[in-house]
Design a protein around this ligand. Sequence first.
Ligand code: DX5
Ligand code: ZN
Length: 225
Amino acid sequence: MTFDRSVKIAPSILSADFANFGLEIQAIEGQGADWVHVDVMDNHFVPNLTFGPPAVAAFRKHVKTVMDVHLMITPVDPSIEAYAQAGTDILTAHVEAGPHIHRTLQAIRAAGMKAGVALNPGTPAESVAHVLDLADLVCVMTVNPGFGGQKFIDMTAKVRRLREMIGDRPVHIEIDGGVNPETAPGLVAAGADILVAGSAVFRGGSVENPGPYGRNIRAIRNAIT
Ligand code: DX5
Ligand code: ZN
């Protein structure tokens, strides 16, 4: 993966048909998704439970773009190797998930993956000030993590601050939660380049009728250009 800051849309398969992940991944990639965002939840760090390494390994067989795995779990470190083995390209851990985010990011890179760090809405940009050289991506949560389809929480000022802090470093700013054609433009103007979108992409479509996925992705793209 070479680094570039062009805006990319990463549909979250949290909004896909859970009995049909393989075909859903093929459908969103066929309709123009740049990355595939995979939300791992443990019913402990967040009040919801999704899937773990064996399922993520099965998704990998269908992902032709970039598999972006967002861990909403604690602890993180004991699972890092399993997500590397599952074929993860970018593994993101929450700064709130434990006391040792520095060690976690080192371990993610040591396992051969790109490393991401995610911030809940209540967590300041400064919490990642000392790990920016260890990160390939900072994920700014614009909902409290746990569920798709929640109301957007405006984090534009945090995105702007992170963009300044990152400077010339090759670090993506990803937005996760409530991204749609209305919320995306301000976030991109503030410096975001990866837009995760669940409900706004999957709305109205299905594997039998994937056209709406493409229209929804294009609606976000058109809003920002
Ligand atoms: C929330 C997840 C998100 C979620 C976004 O905990 O991390 O990736 O799927 O869903 P929407 O776009 O519907 O807010
Ligand atoms: Zn996510």
